[in-house]
Design a protein around this ligand. Structure first.
Ligand SMILES: CC(=O)SCCNC(=O)CCNC(=O)[C@H](O)C(C)(C)COP(=O)(O)OP(=O)(O)OC[C@H]1O[C@@H](n2cnc3c(N)ncnc32)[C@H](O)[C@@H]1OP(=O)(O)O
Length: 429
């Protein structure tokens, strides 16, 4: 019997969740309680299943998201997630079919871009996605970090003098308070929204995700450890930062050797960011901090007297981007200098390709279809890689992934597209 690919019905949710878990090597038996808790998180219009003789063998879904462009503007995105084919039905084109349907629907809705986090690097380039943000995860050995053991007291300098080029972040007189999950659930979303209005690469976070993050919503299959939450408030009481962490308890030979595992550290000001890190490093019995996934240009190592005490544990791609509406994307972002470019974009799926003239500058940009000769040409996924400013067109030319048709065009694109800070998406989705 031919495989039946379509959006699922409410009655098919349990079978769909079973198939999804099976592909992800998770428990294939899902309790009724778990099904009922997960069901409201699925938008059935955008939840596809592949069925073999009535049994679900493949899963794919998307949801509405906003992605922050360079400069802070949100663009409408379709976020792809829960892509999972059971092992008996792989390499038969199920993902390809479901991805094609979802991208075409997103294009019709007017989404400017599709986003996803790739389980494995080689999967999504073929569908026009390019890696657009990267992430680094460090472990900090606190004893080696060059910190003053007494710095947790107000007014104490956090850094041991003479240790490297210390950060000089003025303390405006804010405070760090431990708070409970209920307070985090109130303050966290507003802070996250303020941060994503200025940090390119961030995505919107739903109320449901906040409930999951704070333990207000828990799935029976997922082990929950209640974390510690802290907020940084500036001198006027405004929440400028949040920190959520758990502790791995470990004592050896009567000495504490605990590891603090950061689940989230978000800050809208340098003072909040440094205060929250220094607070965590000052917690007695904690000898090590696992930072979780940060921006690759995170300031964390440079907040230490000895930046080598922050040892990278992972360095990898994070958000992948698939452009769907090139003029929308190019107009939405900001540009540090004046310049123009003609981009010729190949898109075998026929969704977003063409030749576009970009006229850009600090006061705004226009991007329209053109028949002028191209300065640069590339596959659509390469624009996904370039759009958030985290890759150099010159570097892609040297790799043969972008073709330069006019001398100096790649250098012009470098100047136009790069941004002062690297993009960062602290969310998993
Ligand atoms: C956004 C997310 O949800 S990421 C999570 C992705 N899911 C997983 O990794 C779970 C385990 N893996 C799976 O479920 C499946 O193998 C999937 C979803 C990765 C691929 O699904 P399939 O239906 O097998 O893919 P499909 O048959 O459409 O393959 C299309 C092409 O991608 C290639 N491909 C598929 N998976 C992989 C992979 N893991 N690595 C390299 N190439 C791959 C196929 O070889 C095929 O290549 P071709 O067009 O040159 O022949």
């Amino acid at each position: 019997m031919a495989l039946d690919i379509r959006t699922i019905t409410d009655a098919e949710v349990p079978d769909w969740l079973r198939a999804c878990n099976t592909g992800f090597l998770l428990d294939p038996v899902i309790s009724e309680e778990e099904v009922e808790l997960r069901r409201p998180g699925l938008n059935l219009d955008r939840t596809q299943g592949a069925f073999d003789d009535g049994r679900c063998v493949g899963c794919f879904r998307s949801f509405a998201q906003e992605l922050t462009a360079v400069g802070g503007a949100p663009v409408p995105a379709t976020a792809v997630t829960n892509v999972s084919i059971v092992p008996t039905h792989r390499r038969r084109g199920l993902l390809t079919e479901m991805m094609g349907r979802d991208l075409r629907a997103a294009k019709e809705r007017g989404d400017a871009v599709a986003t996803l986090l790739a389980a494995e690097y080689p999967i999504y380039g073929r569908y026009g996605f390019g890696p657009a943000t990267w992430t680094t995860r460090w472990t900090v050995d606190i004893a080696r970090a060059g910190l003053n053991a007494g710095y947790a007291r107000p007014g104490d300098a956090p850094l041991v003098s003479g240790k490297g080029r210390a950060a000089r972040i003025a303390d405006p007189g804010g405070r760090v308070d431990l708070v409970d999950a209920a307070e985090m659930l109130v303050e966290g979303p507003a802070l996250h929204d303020r941060l994503r209005a200025e940090r390119h690469g961030m995505v919107s976070r739903s109320e449901r995700v906040w409930r999951l993050e704070t333990g207000d919503l828990r799935y029976p299959s997922t082990k929950w450890t209640e974390p510690f939450h802290a907020l940084y408030r500036g001198p006027d009481g405004t929440v400028e930062g949040l920190l959520t962490y758990t502790i791995d308890q470990h004592w050896a030979a009567k000495m504490p050797e605990n590891t603090a595992r950061v689940r989230s550290l978000l800050a809208t000001t340098p003072a909040a960011e440094s205060a929250l890190w220094y607070f965590l490093f000052s917690v007695d019995w904690v000898v090590r901090v696992d930072t979780w996934y940060r921006a690759p240009d995170d300031v964390l190592p440079l907040l230490l007297g000895d930046p080598r005490a922050a040892v990278p544990q992972a360095q990898a791609d994070w958000v992948w981007i698939r452009p769907l509406d090139v003029p929308h994307l190019m107009r939405a972002r900001t540009y540090p200098v004046e310049g123009s470019l003609v981009l010729d974009l190949r898109d075998t799926a026929g969704l977003a390709g063409g030749r576009f003239a970009l006229e850009a500058g600090p006061d705004g940009a226009s991007c329209v279809p053109t028949s002028r000769d191209a300065d640069l040409s590339m596959d659509i996924g390469e624009l996904g890689t370039l759009w958030l400013g985290d890759e150099s067109p010159t570097r892609l030319v040297s790799l043969g992934r972008v073709e330069e048709h006019r001398s100096g065009a790649a250098a012009r694109a470098d100047a136009l597209l790069r941004a002062g800070r690297r993009p960062w998406c602290p969310d998993s989705f």
